[in-house]
Design a protein around this ligand. Structure first.
Ligand SMILES: [Mg+2]
Length: 412
């Protein structure tokens, strides 16, 4: 079975997505997600200009060999653009292999280790009443674990807070957070760490009082703290029993987590901007984190993320795969198949896509009683409707950036 056609499909139904679509000489189609939020066209070029010519005529079954050929053969290793491109090829080949076998992909990865994947959603509000409305709406939608992000008094626009409130029938109000904005230039947000550190423990205390001790609650600090600030926050949040504190310090510096770990027992999750096992070497070996946040899409695909998570399993570190709306339905399906098969699955981030996106990507997954399941169609269980995709050309969009009150650019 040889790769006969390789197409890169760019579509922007509710947001931009990049999809690699491979077809074999006997007509089997495989899909891979290559979406890199805010830098989508760089991956399109990497695939179209450099990778597609290498794929034509290759054995579609040779997944490991193709992975090593693309990674080592490029000479220039790692990096989000390279690893998103390799991920797209890898996932498309796994999709093809599972379709050829007539099985859902999770069966090829070892079979199901659980009934479904515990998923968490994003609740947010500019103040506590809005936040609590948002938590209640997520509970009504079936979520059994919830990330909470709150506005901070004195700050106008910060990470994770929906800018638009939308009334939905008589259910309540939905606060969707979509950080990438379709605009010629990135939006500017503001930040003050001391205000945030003063306010956040009060938010978690109120949330625990309102929703009780059982509900798993998560929080994302989005790389904004120094190690000692992160240590202070983790300690302050201990009474509220977080499922995890995410991205507490800028992720490039693995050593920073040592200091945080010495001071707090709040579980730590990191890695959504990582793209290889090398980014986790210290973190895993020294047990400095509890959850690996990498997505299949940004981390070289199923082949490489599985390798990272198998290293992590030796240290009781679990998966917590990145899954906001910039992971396409193809990338989400790949995450679900891998998560279902892994022994050390922890939790899966899951934000719903919009109706236009769901029409472009027809999906077979289910979400019931807080659990995701990828379904039992052969392969990933996702079909790309090229006519629908063609209705939505690429639109320039950027993630925001962030400044402190004196104008200094800060981590976003
Ligand atoms: Mg995050």
């Amino acid at each position: 079975m040889k790769i006969d056609v390789a197409e890169v499909v760019v579509t922007s139904p509710d947001r931009n997505f990049v999809t690699l679509r491979l077809t074999t000489d006997d007509g089997v189609v495989g899909l891979g997600d290559a979406t890199l939020n805010g830098r989508e066209l760089a991956v399109v070029s990497y695939l179209q200009d450099h990778v597609v010519p290498l794929l034509l005529g290759r054995d579609a079954h040779a997944i490991e060999d193709t992975w090593q050929f693309l990674y080592r053969g490029a000479y220039w290793r790692r990096g989000p653009v390279t690893m998103a491109a390799i991920a797209a090829v890898d996932v498309a080949l796994w999709d093809i292999k599972a379709k050829a076998a007539g099985m859902p992909l999770y069966q090829l990865l070892g079979g199901a280790s659980r009934r479904g994947l515990l998923a968490y959603g994003h609740a947010s509000g500019r103040d506590m009443p809005e936040l609590f409305d948002s938590v209640r709406l997520h509970l009504e939608q079936g979520y059994r674990a919830i990330r909470i992000q709150s506005g901070v008094p004195g700050l106008n626009a910060i990470y994770g807070i929906a800018s638009n409130a939308t009334a939905i029938g008589n259910i309540g109000v939905r606060y969707d957070h979509e950080p990438a904005q379709r605009a010629p230039l990135p939006a500017e947000e503001d930040w003050d760490t001391r205000s945030y550190l003063r306010h956040l423990p009060d938010v978690f205390e109120a949330a625990r009082n309102e929703f009780g001790p059982e509900l798993p609650l998560l929080h994302d600090a989005h790389h904004r703290l120094t190690p000692i600030q992160a240590a202070k926050l983790g300690k302050a949040l201990e009474p509220y029993d977080l499922f995890w504190l995410e991205d507490c310090t800028p992720a490039e510096n693995q050593d920073a987590l040592r200091l945080v770990r010495q001071h707090t027992t709040t579980p730590l999750a990191i890695g959504e901007i990582f793209n290889t096992v090398w980014d986790y070497q210290t973190l895993i070996r020294e047990q400095l984190i509890d959850y690996v946040r990498s997505a299949v899409t940004h981390t070289g695909g199923i082949t490489h993320l599985k390798r990272i998570l198998e290293c992590a399993a030796q240290y009781q570190i679990k998966s917590g795969m990145h899954g906001p709306t910039d992971i396409s339905p193809v990338g989400m399906a790949a995450a679900m198949h891998l998560g279902l098969a892994l022994h050390n699955f922890g939790i899966q981030e899951y934000m719903r896509h919009g109706a236009r996106t769901d029409a472009v990507f027809r999906q077979s997954f289910t979400f019931a009683d807080g659990l995701l399941h990828p379904g039992d169609e052969p392969g990933l269980g996702v079909a790309l409707d090229l006519d629908e995709a063609g209705k939505y050309p690429y639109q320039r969009a950027y993630l925001p950036f962030n400044r402190l009150k004196d104008g200094t650019v800060h981590d976003w």
